[in-house]
Write a protein that binds this ligand. Structure first.
Ligand code: SAM
Ligand code: F3S
Length: 445
């Protein structure tokens, strides 16, 4: 029997990185016997799947790497690999800063990980591959195995929007969509394994333009409808989408396709037209609100979540008030909101920034308090109703309880057995306790 290699892997950042982490495990498993460990000191391979979207995330990687150094000194055959966006941005410089790193690979070359590790072992030289070999990555990934009722399917990579604050187009490359037939193949396989909920994944899923077998390209609306038409698919989600590409065709899908959930994460970043233009977002606050109005006309119960950046260079009190006004007008259930972090190499990093850190912190708190109040109101709004829930896991607080997800992405806890995991059940929502919904299971489907 081959020796089992123990793998420690740490993920920073977004859902795309979570997905990539699963794929790293899969590609390594396809070549050798792998056992996951939560203790880096016990590992034979250590992988850090990094994020560089904000400076804090990037610095965390280097401080974590510093802690790995003594492990490598004690066991020179340990392999330390760095993937993700920090790896993509730093490339060979990363080896200069941390010479005990063995392998540096980007989000687009993770499928080459086994060869990179083998080359490192054979040559004794650190290996760096942060190229963008188009969509090659997806062609080389083993099919996903799953026991859960829900799975992610990546439909596109990269981003071509070049918002002035963001590193993603530089670290992940331009938008590239997977061919329609490849996505359908993955979804069909997952459905055959009993997966009822599919989440389509990409940096900008609604920019999807996939090649069709007949030679034409198909858009995101077409893809959603094709997936929803599959019998085994019970629920369809996606993340993340861009306001600029919320096309009338896509809004029509909300009208015609009940399997598409009543939750949309639509990053707006700011409510000030001046700041939106400086960010190069490609829409005004009014255009954003108009998209939401059209969506709510066909889906009155649509729950919205968003991303905000506070303290973008030159943001005045008036600009910030415009963001608060937009939040009041739209109503959100949750936000990922952060103070702007200058990223080297992006246009915004060159812009004059006179807002003090204290002012930025005060603005962030005010924004988050407002969204939290709105969130409580959204949760209160479902109390008393019956909701379809996908059972996801045992509740953290009580092993006799289950945690499941509503169509609108909220979690509810209720009494049930582990045999229900991965299944859809009808739950009556009975109460909102602090921030958690509670319910009673009615029927199982
Ligand atoms: N595709 C998404 C969209 O339509 O905006 C965004 C993906 S981006 C990787 C995730 C979030 O990170 C952004 O929505 C933004 O709020 C935040 N972000 C990106 N760059 C940032 C920066 N330099 N400082 C603070 N937050 C940032
Ligand atoms: Fe970043 Fe803007 Fe794309 S936030 S991921 S450049 S849409």
């Amino acid at each position: 029997m081959d020796k089992v290699a123990r793998l420690y892997i740490k993920t920073y950042g977004c859902q795309m990185n979570e997905y990539d982490t699963d794929k790293m495990v899969d590609v390594l498993r396809a070549g050798e016997r792998i056992e996951l460990t939560e203790h880096p000191e016990q590992a034979d391979i250590i992988l850090l799947n990094t994020c560089s979207v904000r400076e804090k995330a990037q610095e965390k990687v280097f401080s974590d790497l510093g802690r790995m150094r003594p492990l490598k000194q004690a066991r020179p055959d340990l392999i330390i690999g760095v993937g993700g966006c920090v790896a993509s941005q730093e490339g060979a410089l990363l080896i200069k800063r941390a010479p005990y790193v063995d392998v540096v690979f980007g989000p687009q070359t993770l499928h080459r990980l086994p060869e990179l590790i083998a080359a490192r072992r054979a040559s004794g030289q650190a290996q760096v591959d942060i190229s963008f070999p188009e969509i090659e990555k997806f062609d080389h990934l083993p099919a996903t195995q799953t026991l859960a009722g829900s799975a992610y399917v990546a439909i596109m990579e990269g981003c071509s929007k070049y918002c002035t604050f963001c590193v993603v187009p530089y670290t992940r490359g331009d938008e590239v969509s997977r061919p329609f037939a490849d996505v359908m193949h993955d979804v069909t396989e997952l459905v055959a394994q009993g997966v009822g909920e599919i989440t389509l994944l990409g940096q900008n899923v609604n920019a999807y333009m996939g090649e069709h077998a007949d030679g034409d390209s198909v858009d995101f609306a077409f893809l959603l409808q094709a997936i929803a038409a599959l019998d085994g698919v019970q629920r369809l989600r996606f993340t993340t989408s861009h306001p600029k590409e919320m096309t009338p065709r896509l809004i029509d899908v909300y009208a015609s396709t009940p399997k598409l959930v009543s939750h949309l994460h639509l990053p707006v970043q700011s409510g000030s037209d001046r700041i939106l233009a400086a960010m190069k977002r490609g829409y005004t606050a009014l255009e954003y609100k108009s998209v939401i109005r059209k969506l709510r006309a066909v889906r009155p119960d649509l729950v919205l979540t968003s991303d905000f950046i506070v303290g973008f260079p030159g943001e005045t009190e008036q600009d910030f008030e415009a963001t608060i006004k937009l939040i009041e007008d739209v109503g959100f259930d949750m936000s990922f909101s952060f103070v702007y972090s200058p990223r080297p190499g992006t246009p915004a990093a060159e812009m004059a920034d006179e807002v003090t850190p204290e002012t930025k912190a005060v603005r962030l708190k005010r924004l988050q308090d407002l969204v939290n109040r709105q969130s409580q109101a959204v949760a209160q709004g479902v109390v008393g109703s019956v909701q379809r829930v996908l059972v996801e896991k045992l509740s953290r607080r009580d092993a006799g309880e289950l945690a499941g997800r509503l169509d609108n992405n909220r979690t509810v806890n209720f009494v049930g057995s582990s045999g229900m995991l991965g299944r859809f059940v009808d739950v009556k929502i009975t109460a909102l306790e602090h921030h958690t919904l509670r319910g009673e299971m009615l029927t199982v489907t």
